[in-house]
Structures are given as C-alpha cells and as structure tokens.
Design a protein around this ligand. Structure first.
Ligand SMILES: Cc1ncc(COP(=O)(O)O)c(C=O)c1O
Length: 358
C-alpha cells in the first residue's frame, strides 16, 4: 500500500468515440446513465437502487434571501437512502462485487453506513459498520434493518476506523478514499450538474466537506467531460464548507499548507463533517486551489437555525451539513467572494430526518 488514494483512469478517447451523437443515453434516470465512465464492466454486477439523477432545483426563495439572483440546489436527499453517499456506495459495492468481495466494512458518521448497509443487502452480501457511539439511533436502526453488523465506538470516525482496522476482518475496506470506487460514484454529481445545465458549468459550487469524496469526485468529473468534448476548459470555483468545530481543511487553506494537520477534539452537530483527519487531504486542497475557490468555516450554533430557516423557505429537507453549506455561502457573499449575479450550485447532501434521537 502506498498510503495515498488510488484514482481510476479510463480510455477517454474510446469513450468519446462510443457516445451516440456525442451524448450519454438519456433514457436512464440514475447515475448509471454514465456507465462508460463508471468502473463496473459487467452490467449484471451493477447494484442499483435508482441512485443519482436527482433534481437541480432552481431556488425560489432561499437564493433571494441570501441576495443571489441564481441559486440552484442539487437535492441529494432524493437518493434511495436519502443522501449523496448512495452514489459512491452503489459504484464501490458494484465494482467490489464484480471483483468477488463477500463482506464489506467501513467507519462512518452515519449516512455512508446506511448506504453501505442498503447496497450490501441488495447484493446479498454482509456489511460491518463502525460508528461513533453518539451517532443518533435512527442511523443504527436503519443499518440493522438492512442486516448490517454494527459496532459503537467512543470517539469520532477516526477512532471508529482504528477499531475497525484492529479487528482486521476478512472484508473489503470501504473507508472514504481508501479504495478508489466511491469517488467514481460521487463524480456523477459533477456530470449531472453539467448535463442539467445544458453541458455548461456554474460559477461556483458549495460543498459541505468532511472526507472530501464529493469535492474530489466533482473536480475529476470536469476533466473527464472536457476530455470527451462535452464541456470546455471552464471550471466552477469549488468552495468547501466546514463547521468551525472541526475545520481542518479551512485551516490548511488559510495557512497555505500542502497537507492537512489533524484537528484535535473535533466536535460539530453536522456529523458528516466531523472528520478530523481526511485521508485524501492533498487531493482536496488541490481541487479547491486549482478551481480558484476556497474553504469557509461557520459557527456551530448557526447550523440548526439556518437549517430551519432554509427548509421553511424552500420546502426542501436540508441536513445539518447542508446548513453549514448555506451559512458558508452567506459568508462568501458577505465577504465579496461570491457576487450576487453569479450562478451558484449548493449541494443538499442529504435529508435531516435521521439526525434526532427519537
Ligand atoms: C450529509 C453529509 N454531507 C456531507 C458529508 C461529507 O462528505 P464528503 O466525504 O464528500 O466530504 C457527509 C459525510 O458523512 C454527509 O453525511
């Protein structure tokens, strides 16, 4: 093992030649419409529950509230297990199933665990889930419903990962960016945003960021689309939004560092962003810097009120992580980094429904 993430590379000249009329088939309403640029060879190995091809909703009221003329919301709460994790786990579990995997394991803040449990169930395989013990109960219930074996670990996703590797089970490790295929699934977010905008890119994308699969994947998507001739060299500015309670990416961007220094005692109610030491730190920083974007931290106490205001304004079920994105967007507008007349895409990375201990 080289200790760094692996990247999937495609024969892009071949894909370009294969596309009918220079377009992907439009009759498939899931992320598998881009199967030429996904890592599964045999269609019978695709484990799909209908993930992806989520709507890019033109904001009616939240954008105006923030002072923007054009805000679009990519609503990932509409995925099968209600978060964008379904894209990565559908791609990864399909490919590892094709390669003969029988069991999977991953540490997770919640949504990836539910997603892995669902796709493992759909493949008829076993998932072992390691989650912080303060993860809200509905996440555990949902994983168990899909037949996963769950382990509660004191600490954050970092400690959950340690307990998992100490067990050294006979499983395929699906930890964020430690295998190459989850990023491939997340990449389809970038494909969809461009396709839904008529093969163009927005000015800026706001990404609530923890382990960084979305930001890395979306950034990779643009290079592939350019190589096959569907977009030109233009790129959106990528903005990572984090909670001030756990903001290792923001700190590295502000300091101009090449590597991410682990955040000590990371705490935030946006559980998916409580990632003190993202494994793919360099790739995340490179994507942000090359795009001309930045990273922004928001106060944890802003999260719940913002989530409520935004959900009420738009009729969309925003998760706490996306509320961090909304506060981050507000800060970027206030500080003049995003202009009122720019075309901005905000990711609603999932539903907020599982975040309370009922
Ligand atoms: C709802 C939600 N948003 C954002 C993230 C961060 O994801 P990424 O790994 O792409 O940074 C997570 C991760 O758990 C999440 O569950």
């Amino acid at each position: 093992m080289c200790g760094s993430p692996l990247f999937v590379i495609y024969d892009l000249v071949g894909v370009r030649e294969d596309l009918t009329n220079g377009e992907f088939p439009s009759d498939m309403n899931s992320m598998w419409r881009y199967s030429q640029l996904l890592p599964v060879k045999s269609p019978s190995c695709v484990i799909s529950l209908g993930e992806g091809w989520t709507p890019l909703i033109l904001s009616r009221r939240l954008g105006k509230h923030l002072g923007l003329q054009m805000l679009r919301i990519k609503d990932e709460a509409q995925n099968p297990t209600t978060s964008f994790k379904d894209r990565g786990l559908s791609a990864a579990i399909s490919r590892h199933y094709e390669l003969g995997a029988k069991e999977f394991a991953l540490p997770s803040a919640g949504n990836a665990a539910v997603s892995a449990s669902a796709y493992a169930a759909a493949a008829g395989l076993k998932a072992h889930i390691f989650m912080p013990d303060d993860t809200p109960e509905p996440f555990f219930h949902q994983c168990e419903l899909y037949g996963a074996v769950t382990t509660r670990v004191k600490g954050t996703i970092t400690e959950a990962g340690k307990v998992m590797s100490d067990q050294n089970g006979d499983w395929t490790d699906l930890s964020t960016t430690k295998e190459p295929y989850r990023v491939e699934g997340k990449k389809t977010l970038g494909f969809e945003i461009c396709e839904q905008m008529g093969w163009s890119v927005p000015d800026a994308i706001i990404c609530p960021t923890g382990g960084g699969t979305a930001i890395i994947g979306i950034w990779k998507a643009f290079d592939e689309l350019e190589a096959i001739g569907l977009i030109g060299p233009e790129r959106p500015r990528m903005y990572a939004a984090q909670s001030g309670g756990c903001a290792p990416i923001v700190r590295a961007i502000e300091k101009g560092s090449d590597d991410i220094e682990p955040w000590v005692n990371g705490e935030t109610e946006a559980l998916g962003l409580r990632v003190p030491n993202p494994f793919a730190g360099r790739l995340i920083l490179n994507s942000i810097r090359h795009s001309g974007g930045s990273a922004v931290a928001v106060a944890d106490q802003e999260i719940e009120p913002t989530r409520r205001t935004a959900s009420k304004l738009e009729g969309i079920d925003f998760c706490p992580e996306s509320a961090v994105g909304i506060c981050g967007l507000w800060n970027l507008i206030e500080s003049g980094k995003i202009d009122y007349d720019e075309d901005v895409v905000l990711l609603n990375t999932g539903s907020g429904a599982r975040y309370t201990n009922l």
